[in-house]
Design a protein around this ligand. Structure first.
Ligand code: F6R
Length: 253
């Protein structure tokens, strides 16, 4: 695990952009695992800018998103389908047939989850997985007390996650209670993972992810056992880490 602590959200996004853009340049047929939420918005803005200014080509890239709310139609503005098209897919040249997002309206959810993992395998596995982190240290929608061996599955959202995500809805009541999420095993099978975090409300989760004990109580802590993880945080999100990790880039282990 290596950690890059930046001075700002913009700098965090820039560091992540270098990694994702580098991945796509070096391997135009890359399979990317993508996250939604506020954290990667700057990354997507930058990738769109790199596509427009110097022609970063996404035409051979395949993408798999981490999660989608159950019962949420793709055209619903609160869906993760909608988010991804608005912030990224509609602004670059990823081919529609290469875009995969869990189907929140699937009639047979377990079958849809199984098919999703199968498709990831058939496409050669995820080369680079982008993650955000929840205040409760969730990754994807793998909430505390998750089973580390789970692949893509139906999850019940934690009260804390429902409260945090209420900002995107009219009120807390409107936040879906269930989602389909890649499981920890699916995430751990990615060849390279980048975890992004910004702001003081993520500081405790980042501390658990980077230097807490590896435990299902803090799902992101499993990343300590991944062979190639880069954690990119701003200073506020790094504020509860040991002093030496609060600036610059470090190889932790
Ligand atoms: C999103 C996802 C979640 C978010 C996390 C942080 O696809 O899987 O794990 O990354 O909830 O969300 P933000 O970035 O909105 O703070």
């Amino acid at each position: 695990m290596r950690i890059i602590t930046t001075e700002s959200y913009q700098e965090m996004s820039l560091e992540a952009t270098k990694i994702v853009a580098g991945q796509v340049y070096l391997k135009p047929t890359s399979v990317l695992g993508l996250a939604t939420g506020s954290t990667p918005e700057g990354l997507y803005d930058n990738l769109v800018a790199v596509h427009r200014t110097i022609g970063l080509d996404f035409s051979e890239v395949t993408t798999f998103n981490l999660d989608e709310y159950i019962g949420m139609a793709p055209e619903n503005p609160q869906s993760y389908h909608y988010f991804m098209h608005k912030h990224f897919f509609d602004l670059v040249n990823v081919r529609p047939e290469n875009i995969f997002i869990p189907d929140g309206c699937a009639e047979d959810v377990p079958a849809a989850c199984k098919a999703y993992d199968k498709l990831i395998r058939e496409k050669g596995g995820i080369d680079l997985q982008v993650l955000g982190i929840g205040r409760n240290a969730h990754i994807g929608f793998n909430e505390p007390d998750v089973k580390f061996e789970a692949t893509t599955h139906k999850v019940k959202l934690d009260d804390e996650t429902i409260q945090a995500n209420a900002r995107f809805f009219e009120d807390e009541e409107a936040v879906p209670r269930y989602a389909i999420s890649m499981g920890i095993k699916t995430i751990m099978l990615a060849r390279h993972v980048i975890l992004l975090a910004s702001g003081p409300e993520k500081a405790e989760a980042v501390k658990k992810a980077v230097c807490g004990s590896v435990s299902p109580a803090a799902p992101a802590s499993i990343l300590q056992l991944h062979q190639d993880v880069t954690v990119i945080v701003d200073r506020e999100a790094a504020s509860m880490l040991p002093e030496e990790y609060q600036h610059g880039a470090h190889e932790i282990f």
